[in-house]
Design a protein around this ligand. Sequence first.
Ligand code: ADP
Ligand code: MG
Length: 279
Amino acid sequence: MRLDAGAMPPNIAVPAGATRAPPTQTCIRVEGLSHRFAGGLLAVDNAEFTVTAGEFVVIVGPSGCGKTTILNIIAGLEAQQSGAVSVAGKTPKAGRIDIAYMFAQDALLPWRTVMGNVLFGVEVRSPGGQISPAVREEARELIAMVGLSGFEDAYPRQLSHGMRQRTALARTFLMPSPVLLMDEPFGALDAHTKLTLEQGLLRLWERDKRTVLFITHDLAEAIALADKILVCTARPGSIKCEIPIDMERPRNIGALQNDARYHDYHRRIWTELAAEMIV
Ligand SMILES: Nc1ncnc2c1ncn2[C@@H]1O[C@H](COP(=O)(O)OP(=O)(O)O)[C@@H](O)[C@H]1O
Ligand SMILES: [Mg+2]
């Protein structure tokens, strides 16, 4: 049996007391980063950028230009070969509790329910796998926030792809990590589900302003979400330009089409990207 849930609830409550880190503090620093894979392929060449604490930064670039490689190095999943990379002043290392990573594929555990999957990230990091009642309650709230109330006991095989990504989003936000790395998390979704998840992500981000580094190939998504967009060159990837997105928050993604600035940004980024593409 496959189940389906409706759209995200439009009025996700934002708990009081959400705090924002000082806006000028650098959280992710990437300097002179290059990466060559075994076999000789140079994937990244002298990439440089910074992400300020609490900032939502989006990377766009041609397919295969090294975006995932950059994210993997920041997460400590790929060994750093040259340059300097730091997250909160420390060098990358896999398994850091202050960094959460969400992939394009939901990576849910098939033998765990929605609740079991949402709790999983916290569980593996807590001594003895203990989950406090407060964390369980927070998991329930996050499941409600992503529109999955009533599906807590469902298994991934009973869910649509969109619902599995919602589960993964709730799991990501249950982690206490102040830094979120997201690699095309909504890439394979239909337009409507994608929009509801983007809006849900923005609401969760508005709630506690974590630092987000998000990869997408979708320019509309990039503009809707970002404080700043980093445009990559073709492989070997480097950052060719940074485009601050100067639009008010909170944003209503559905209404952006009516905003002339949105179309201006789209044109500008597309022009930068098109110059990198071989057609
Ligand atoms: N583990 C690997 N070994 C060898 N080459 C790789 C590996 N991972 C990625 N690549 C290559 O590095 C380049 C950049 O890959 P990737 O970072 O995944 O690009 P993007 O995410 O921008 O599409 C691609 O040409 C890809 O084929
Ligand atoms: Mg990729």
